[in-house]
Structure formats: structure tokens, C-alpha cells
Design a protein around this ligand. Structure first.
Ligand code: TRP
Length: 473
């Protein structure tokens, strides 16, 4: 992806290819693993409604903004900010740090998915009632999850070291359609189980009593996480976008696909969960327990084939996302620190592997070790998802709204007036006023409501430190 950088910016081969690549980055563990368990923890449909508001009023505009900044500058995250105004390189640097931290836990879950693909054949599905205990025993063991995580990370390294474009475009084109087909099959199975309507009620009849300040922060953070926003990922993808493409309509397509995938995952999971009499707020194990139970009950070869296929698709969906995260860090090392691609990939992934080992062990062996009151897995997860991404998005909105030229933005988004963008004024005002204030309000509300206050303050301290020291980057 980056090799042609210095000579001439390579473009995505086709419009379909770009959409599939951006959707490939967006659709991943965030939709299938994270969204359902957050929905379960935050009481169901009220969380979904707040999430949808965050996507519509914040996420979509930020995505348009990231694509515009990327395509206009033709540079990856740090470079794009720096080219415009040196003082802003900290915002790009914060993105690189976020990518690093997300890669401190994402491959652990990617490894679980990879393991479950194989385990579907080797005994996971034997006793439907035992699937939950199986998960608990697996993730808390010391060695096995580490091996799967390392295999998962190695696949990332292989793809990124060779340059991601060809791989990402091809994977996206085949994978995304099969993911949707699989989710629809799962939904049909799930909603026809006895007692499934309880699950649909949970998803569609809002219970506002569970909503607090931390619900809003969780929904906003999830919107950024799921749409791959707030860390320069979509700036980088936008930098490869052809000048002929219509940015707002591409962004709308990606956002719609991502949101549809998340909602389909929830509709696939909750009816079955209630039918099996399971607990909605069971946390990160949700998909890894409910989905195999569905397949185990199906029984026989058919259940096994579906299960292998499901986890294969989930693994590939995760790969097209984590590759984009690794690429942000690698692109920074190549562009700004002049490290050679292969070396940069090895360097970055070695540090990520160490962070992932700590995250994985924090489920078992190291469960007693905490930083600011949480284990390593939660440390990386909460710091990025609850602070860095949303604040990164706030910086992008301020940058676009207050430091870029309005007329230049207008011509970037309308391809010099050749395509129309009727909502330009609305978009611009959202970026300039509403989004920075909304994120600030949600962050303040969330930080005061959340249990991990000292961790949140530590996160803010890191951001401040980056602002002060960014000139060195
Ligand atoms: N959006 C991806 C998912 O849902 C994860 C991801 C990829 C991401 N790139 C990102 C999250 C950039 C935040 C920022 O699984």
C-alpha cells in the first residue's frame, strides 16, 4: 500500500474495491464481538438507540472529514496533519498510539476466533451445555491462547510486510458478502428457537432505567471503534482515494454497511441467548458462547460446518481490520521515521506481541496484576475505546472546522463543484460546533460516571503530554 508513496500515490483499483476495503477495516470484531456484548451489558435497545445517534450525528461526519483530509493531503495520518500545520502533528501521533494500544488486545480476540474455527471440529461442539465452561477454561489458560494469538499476529505481519493493498482489496470483496449471508442464516436459526421473542423485546423495547453517563461514553467510543475513526485510519484510506470519487456518498455506504453488520449480529445473538436462558451481561465471552451453542444444538456435520465457516469468516473480518491498524503504525514508521517496511512491521508487531501476551495472561495467570485498577486487557481496551478515539475524533473535528479553509473543503467534498453535496453547510457546522462540544460533554459525563476514573485521568495526561512533546515527532 505504501511502496508507491514517494513516487506517485497509488489508488484503489475500483470503487467497489475501495468500499470493500474501508468496510473491511470498519467491520470486524467491533461489530460481531464487541457490539453485542456492550448491548448486553448496557441493557439492550436503549444502548442501541444511543449508539445509532452517535453514528448518525458524529460518526458519519467524522468519516467524511477523515476521507477529505486524507485525499486532500495525499498523506497518512501524521503526515496529513503535519503538512497542514506542524503544531497539529500531535493529533496524528495520538492516532498512532491508539493503533498501537488497540493492537495490544485485538489479536488476542482474533486468536480466540482462529482457535474456535479449529476447535469446532475438535470437540468444542460436543456438549451444547458445556460451551460456556469451555470458553472460560480456554481464555484463562496460560499457553494455548498465546499460541493462537501469535499465529493470528503472524498472519497480520505477513500481509502488512508485503504491502496491504492487493490483499485487503481482494479479501474485502469476497469476505464482506459472505459475512452478511452467514449472519442472515444465523438470524433465521436464532429467531425460530423457542422463546426467541424475549430476545427481540430486549433489542427493540428500550429500558431507559439502565442508562447513565457511562452508557453514552460506551456508545460513543463504540461508534468510533466500529467505524475505525479517531485515529487516522480512514485518513490513510482516503489518501488512496481517487479524485473522481464522491466522498460523502462513499462514507454513507461504509457507515451503513458497518451499522447493518452490527445490528445483524445483535439480532442473531440475543434471541438465541434468551432461548437458552443465558445471561445478557456476560461480557467479552458472549459471541464465543452463544454462537457455538446454536451450532452445537443444530448438531451433526451441518452444525460443525456452519461453525467452522462462521469463525473462519469472523477471523478474516478481524484480519482486514487489524491489518489496517498495524498499517497505521507501520506507515508512520516508514513515512516519518524512514524505517524500511519489513523492519517497521517486525518492530511494531514485536512490541504488540508483548502487549498481547500481557493482555491474554490478564484473563488468568496475571489476573491479580492491575494498572490503575484494571488488568492489562482492559487497560488497553478502555484507554483507546473510552478516551483516545473519541478525543482523536474531537481533534479532527476542530482541525477541520477551525484550521482548514471552508471553501477548500467545499471543493474537496464536491470534487471542485462537479458533484453535489447538499448537506455541506450542515456537515460543516456539525464539525465546527456540535461535534467538539458533544464529545466534550459525553467525555466529562462519562469520566465522572465511570468506575475507572484514575485510568481516565491517566489517559488525559498522556494526551496532554503528547501535545507538549509533539514537536519532536
Ligand atoms: N473497526 C474495527 C472493528 O470494528 C477495528 C478497527 C480497525 C479500528 N481500524 C481501526 C478501530 C481504527 C479504531 C480505529 O473491529
Amino acid at each position: 500500500m505504501q511502496q508507491a508513496e514517494m513516487v506517485q500515490r497509488e489508488n484503489w483499483r475500483t470503487r467497489f474495491g475501495f468500499i470493500m476495503a474501508a468496510a473491511g477495516s470498519a467491520i470486524g470484531l467491533g461489530n460481531i464481538w464487541r457490539f453485542p456484548y456492550l448491548t448486553g451489558e448496557h441493557g439492550g435497545s436503549a444502548f442501541i438507540i444511543i449508539y445509532l445517534m452517535c453514528v448518525i450525528f458524529v460518526g458519519l461526519s467524522i468519516m467524511i472529514g477523515e476521507f477529505a483530509v486524507g485525499r486532500k493531503s495525499g498523506l497518512a495520518a501524521v503526515g496529513a496533519y503535519k503538512a497542514h500545520d506542524r503544531r497539529w502533528s500531535f493529533a496524528g501521533a495520538l492516532g498512532v498510539l491508539s493503533g498501537f494500544f488497540i493492537m495490544g488486545f485485538y489479536p488476542v480476540v482474533g486468536g480466540w476466533s482462529l482457535a474456535y474455527m479449529v476447535k469446532s471440529v475438535t470437540g468444542l461442539l460436543a456438549v451444547p451445555e458445556a460451551v460456556g465452561d469451555y470458553f472460560g477454561a480456554f481464555v484463562t489458560s496460560s499457553v494455548e491462547p498465546l499460541i493462537w494469538m501469535l499465529i493470528y499476529l503472524a498472519i497480520n505481519v505477513y500481509i502488512v510486510a508485503r504491502g496491504v493493498q492487493a490483499g485487503i482489496e481482494t479479501a474485502g470483496k469476497i469476505l464482506m458478502p459472505s459475512l452478511f449471508v452467514l449472519l442472515v442464516i444465523l438470524i433465521i436459526r436464532s429467531v425460530t428457537l423457542p422463546g426467541a421473542t424475549e430476545g427481540l423485546k430486549f433489542l427493540f423495547a428500550p429500558d431507559w432505567s439502565k442508562v447513565t453517563g457511562s452508557t453514552f461514553l460506551a456508545a460513543l467510543g463504540q461508534a468510533f471503534f466500529s467505524l475505525s475513526l479517531g485515529m487516522g485510519c480512514m485518513i490513510t484510506y482516503g489518501s488512496y482515494l481517487s479524485k473522481k470519487e464522491n466522498i460523502p456518498s462513499n462514507a454513507l455506504t461504509v457507515v451503513t454497511m458497518d451499522t447493518t453488520a452490527a445490528l445483524l449480529a445483535a439480532v442473531a445473538i440475543f434471541p438465541a441467548l434468551f432461548s437458552f436462558g443465558m445471561e445478557p451481561a456476560q461480557g467479552p465471552g458472549l459471541v464465543f458462547v452463544v454462537v457455538p451453542t446454536i451450532f452445537a444444538q443444530m448438531g451433526g456435520v451441518l452444525g460443525m460446518i456452519f461453525s467452522v465457516f462462521f469463525f473462519a469468516v469472523l477471523t478474516i473480518a478481524a484480519l482486514t481490520s487489524s491489518v489496517s491498524l498495524l498499517e497505521v503504525v507501520v506507515a508512520y514508521l516508514i513515512d516519518e521515521q524512514k524505517v524500511e517496511r519489513r523492519k517497521a512491521t517486525i518492530l511494531a508487531s514485536t512490541v504488540m506481541a508483548i502487549m498481547c501476551v500481557l493482555s491474554s495472561l490478564s484473563m488468568g495467570l496475571l489476573s491479580g496484576v492491575t494498572l490503575f485498577g484494571v488488568g492489562f486487557f482492559d487497560f488497553f481496551d478502555i484507554l483507546t475505546d473510552k478516551i483516545f478515539l473519541a478525543i482523536g475524533g474531537m481533534f479532527l473535528a476542530i482541525f477541520v472546522g477551525w484550521f482548514m479553509d471552508k471553501e477548500e473543503l467545499r471543493s474537496e467534498l464536491t470534487n471542485d463543484g462537479t458533484v453535489s453535496f447538499g448537506f455541506f453547510e450542515l456537515w460543516y457546522n456539525l464539525m465546527k460546533y456540535f461535534i467538539p462540544l458533544a464529545i466534550l460533554a459525553v467525555a466529562v459525563m462519562g469520566i465522572t460516571a465511570i468506575e475507572q476514573t484514575s485510568l481516565m485521568l491517566f489517559g488525559l495526561f498522556i494526551i496532554l503530554a503528547m501535545m507538549v512533546f509533539s514537536k519532536k515527532l
